[in-house]
Ligand binder design. Structure first.
Ligand code: AMP
Length: 592
């Protein structure tokens, strides 16, 4: 994934201090960097009563439920059929208490892993926050995943409880349940108590709405998110309760949340943005969090922005590019006067898209950068800061970033010269840094050198300290903002009886950033024709789900491999893009 370097074509967007609708929380970037401490940031939170530690659910819900914000709408849920449901902070506290008690009634213990496989429905939010109250580890899964990504993640994550719907259970879990011997309880939000499954309704109705969160060490695990690498199975990224300090601080500075905001994060909680910023950060600020169940549709989104008087909007490049395709005129049909701040994350945001925001909404999109491992926003275009369109912005106060180069023996040097490309690194020590890859200590340790966390992204830093995304250092694919591991896709293709070899790359796409493209060699006796292509696309879609499956398959009689037998995805990609093929000294077999 390489960012289009169209930076030079767009002038810096200067922020006129007189024009802010409300003064930004971070008024002066340099001053904030000089004085910021994580200890001070933590003072914005309240901690569990009587000094009993720090729990995300208390910061997000309970502390507001017993304050003047008790009756403010915490979650405003807008269903895909036009219905809506509001939960005040007090109601959210009671609902999450009930779910925490329901877990307790099942004999679930703190530290147990609770998986949630749901679309964006209120129960998803209640389940995550209720599980955190019980000090369980909450792991939301993307509901568009097929059975294979679901079972792989639940297996890695030692799932003890699954919260889902009857239809999702039947389609994605029932057939693979024998691969999950540790899965003890399935809770269905829309079904009656039945053999092998509990009813959400039955359990929560029988449960008390009074619950006291047990003392919580800030270092106790709270969230398990999955991310992908180039090789091997997905990585289970562990985050602890202390991560809430970053969620709060970035909500304050990078999203500029103010007390009376109406905030909408368009990401699904099955991906880290949808949890850190679609659930936790806005609630820690006591604002109204808008949850939209429906998938993207530009006019519907504009209608919702207007109808809900959204003030702060956090979205993603693929959606912005789809809006751009429809043109500015459509936007002008809606009254978006309440919208004050717009931000974007997840993939490179073209400079053109930043500027289009000004044309369409009267606001630039503020790009920011982070990843599952960092748990929260690390680099951002802050509200008060001039924007260089195409840049990810500057590091959060409290975060030290650098561009580094790794040597063959993994030693590394920090690049001082501005503008030179290298790997983006962050000095360890912010509260939401992952605490491990579940069951994979060696893989986790490999991310660190000399106290720096190496992100796997290539970037450069200019003379003003702005960071520019260059590309990934590895072969993972970003498609519509979703990180996809090639190995997971290749494994699913290899399961098909006709496939002898498979290699998967990200092919640039003007809307989705990249799409998944597979190169496949067939076993003897199988014919590489259109029917086979369709069969393989269908097979992958069924196993992996539409968000992960390849969109395109090309047949080859053989795939390029190194002498040690590793398929050279890099070479396939270079050829696909017409780029130089690079060092081919290790190439063993090759047939185009
Ligand atoms: P994930 O862990 O799924 O959130 O994906 C993180 C990866 O998405 C990063 O390592 C980057 O490769 C990419 N990414 C996230 N934000 C940006 C951004 N603002 N610009 C470019 N790439 C981004």
């Amino acid at each position: 994934m390489r960012a289009p370097d169209d930076s030079a074509r767009y002038a810096t967007i200067h922020k006129d201090r007189g024009s802010f609708m409300v003064p930004p929380n971070l008024a002066d970037y340099e001053a904030a960097r000089a004085t910021f401490t994580w200890e001070a940031a933590r003072k914005g939170l309240s901690g569990l009563p009587r000094g009993r530690g720090l729990n995300i659910a208390h910061e997000a819900v309970d502390r507001h439920a017993c304050s003047a914000r008790a009756n403010r709408v915490a979650l405003r849920w807008l269903g895909k059929n036009g219905e809506h449901r509001d939960y005040s902070y007090r109601e959210l506290a009671l609902a999450t208490n009930r779910f925490a008690n329901a877990l307790r009634s099942l004999g679930v213990n703190s530290g147990d892993n609770i998986f949630v496989l749901l679309g964006r429905v209120p129960e998803l939010y209640v389940a995550i926050l209720g599980a955190l109250k019980m000090k369980c580890v909450a792991s939301p899964l993307f509901s568009a995943f097929g059975p294979e990504p679901v079972v792989t993640r639940m297996d890695i994550g030692d799932a003890r409880v699954l919260v889902t719907t009857e239809a999702l259970y039947r389609r994605k879990v029932e057939g693979v349940r024998d691969r999950l011997p540790g899965l003890e309880h399935v809770i269905l939000i829309d079904a009656a108590e039945a053999e092998g499954a509990h009813s959400w309704h039955g359990l929560t109705q029988a449960a008390s709405d009074v619950f006291e969160i047990a003392p919580t060490d800030p270092q106790e695990p709270a969230l398990l998110h999955f991310t992908s690498g180039t090789t091997g199975r997905p990585k289970g990224v562990i985050h602890v309760h202390e991560a809430v300090v970053t969620h709060y601080a970035t909500g304050l500075y990078a999203l500029d949340l103010h007390d009376d905001d109406r905030f909408w994060c368009t990401a699904d909680p099955g991906w880290v943005t949808g949890t850190s910023y679609g659930v936790i950060a806005p609630l820690t600020h006591g604002v109204t969090n808008i949850v939209v169940e429906a998938e993207f549709d530009a006019p519907t989104w504009y209608g919702l922005l207007a109808q809900e008087r959204v003030t702060v909007w956090y979205t993603a490049p693929t959606a912005i590019r789809m809006m751009m395709k429809l043109g500015v005129d459509v936007v002008k049909n809606y009254d978006l006067a309440a919208l004050r701040f717009a931000a974007s994350v997840g993939e490179p945001l073209n400079a053109e898209a930043v500027v289009w925001g000004v044309e369409a909404f009267g606001l630039p999109f503020h790009d920011n950068w982070w990843q599952t491992e960092t748990g929260g926003i690390m680099i951002a275009n802050f509200a008060s800061m001039d924007i260089k369109p195409g840049s990810m912005g500057r590091p959060l106060p409290g975060v030290e970033a650098a561009i580094v180069k790794r040597g063959v023996d993994h030693e590394f040097e920090i690049i001082k010269a501005s503008g030179e490309e290298g790997e983006l690194a962050l000095r360890s020590g912010w509260p939401s840094m992952m605490r491990g890859y579940l069951h994979e200590e060696a893989r986790y340790q490999k991310c660190f050198v000399d106290g720096w966390y190496l992100t796997g992204d290539l970037a450069r830093c200019d003379a003003d300290g702005y960071y520019w995304f260059v590309g990934r250092a590895d072969d993972v694919i970003k498609s519509s903002g979703h990180l996809i591991g090639p190995f997971e896709v290749e494994s699913a293709l290899m399961e098909h009886p006709a496939v002898s070899e498979a290699a998967v790359i990200g092919k640039p796409d003007p809307i989705a950033g990249e799409i998944v493209k597979a190169f496949v060699a067939l076993k003897l006796g199988f014919v590489a024709d259109e029917a086979m292509r369709k069969a393989l696309l269908g097979h992958a879609r069924k196993r992996l789900g539409a968000a992960v499956a390849p969109k395109d398959i090309e047949f080859r009689s053989n795939l390029p491999k190194t002498r040690s037998g590793k398929i050279m995805r890099r070479l396939l990609k270079a050829r696909e893009l017409g780029l130089p093929e690079g060092d081919l000294s290790t190439l063993e077999s090759d047939e185009r």
